[in-house]
Design a protein around this ligand. Structure first.
Ligand code: ZN
Length: 210
C-alpha cells in the first residue's frame, strides 16, 4: 500500500494513494489543509475517513471538497462540541458546517480504488472509534500509540471497551503496521510485548472475563 503520514499540528493525517487512478483517500485531515493538499498534489481526493469524533482529528475536514465518513456511533460527536472538544477551544467551530456523507460500523468494507478496507470498531477512547485495515496496515486513531494507549477519561470513554479493543487488535498478525493518530508508527509485535498499558488492560480484561 502506498501511504504517507502528514503530521498536522500534532495529529497524524494519513493519505493513501492509488497511482493507478491518481486518487487519494485521507484519514483524519484535521489541520493544515495547505500542507495536506501539497502532499496530495496531482491526485484527486476521493474520500475522507474519520477514525473518531474528536475535534483534533476532524476540524479541517470540511474544507476539502470530498465526502466525509465517520462511524454511526461517533456521528453525534461532530455536532456536539461538549463531546468533540471537551477541553479545547477551537475558535471557528461554530461557523463551520460538517456534512457527513455516510456512516460505517464494524465489519463494513470501504472500497477505495484498488484497496478494500475492513472497518474494525474499537471503542474505549470514544464509543464509536474505528480502525481501518488493509494489506497489513491498520489506521487505528487514538486506540493505541507507540508505548501508550488512548485516553478513556473523555466523555464517552470506557476502560472495559478499551481493554476489549486492545485485545482484539493484538490478535492481528504481529507484523501488522499500526498507524496511530499521534506519534510514530509502530507494529503489533512491538506493542504486544513492550507496551505496559496494553499489558495492563489485557490482564484486567482477562480477570474480568474469568
Ligand atoms: Zn481522540
Amino acid at each position: 500500500m502506498k501511504y504517507t503520514l502528514i503530521d498536522v499540528d500534532g495529529t497524524n493525517c494519513y493519505a493513501v494513494f492509488s497511482d493507478r487512478e491518481r486518487r487519494v483517500m485521507l484519514i483524519d485531515p484535521a489541520f493544515e489543509q495547505d500542507r495536506i493538499l501539497e502532499a496530495c498534489r496531482g491526485f484527486d481526493i476521493d474520500k475522507i475517513l474519520l477514525t473518531h469524533g474528536h475535534m483534533d482529528h476532524f476540524y479541517d475536514c470540511c474544507l476539502f471538497s470530498a465526502p466525509v465518513y465517520i462511524s454511526e456511533k461517533d456521528k453525534i460527536y461532530i455536532e456536539n462540541r461538549a463531546l468533540s472538544a471537551p477541553y479545547n477551544i477551537f475558535p471557528y467551530l461554530e461557523k463551520r458546517k460538517y456534512d457527513i456523507a455516510d456512516t460505517f460500523s464494524d465489519g463494513d468494507r470501504i472500497a477505495f480504488c484498488e484497496y478494500s478496507f475492513e472497518v474494525l470498531e474499537v471503542p474505549g477512547h470514544t464509543p464509536g472509534q474505528c480502525a481501518f485495515y488493509a494489506e497489513g496496515v491498520l489506521f487505528c486513531g487514538d486506540l493505541i500509540f507507540k508505548n501508550s494507549v488512548g485516553r478513556t477519561d473523555f466523555p464517552g470513554g470506557n476502560e472495559a471497551d478499551m481493554a476489549n479493543s486492545l485485545s482484539r487488535i493484538m490478535t492481528l498478525p504481529e507484523d501488522t503496521v499500526l498507524c496511530p493518530g499521534h506519534g510514530p508508527l509502530t507494529n503489533v509485535r512491538e506493542e504486544k510485548y513492550h507496551n505496559e498499558f496494553v499489558e495492563y488492560y489485557i490482564r484486567r480484561y482477562k480477570n474480568e472475563n474469568k
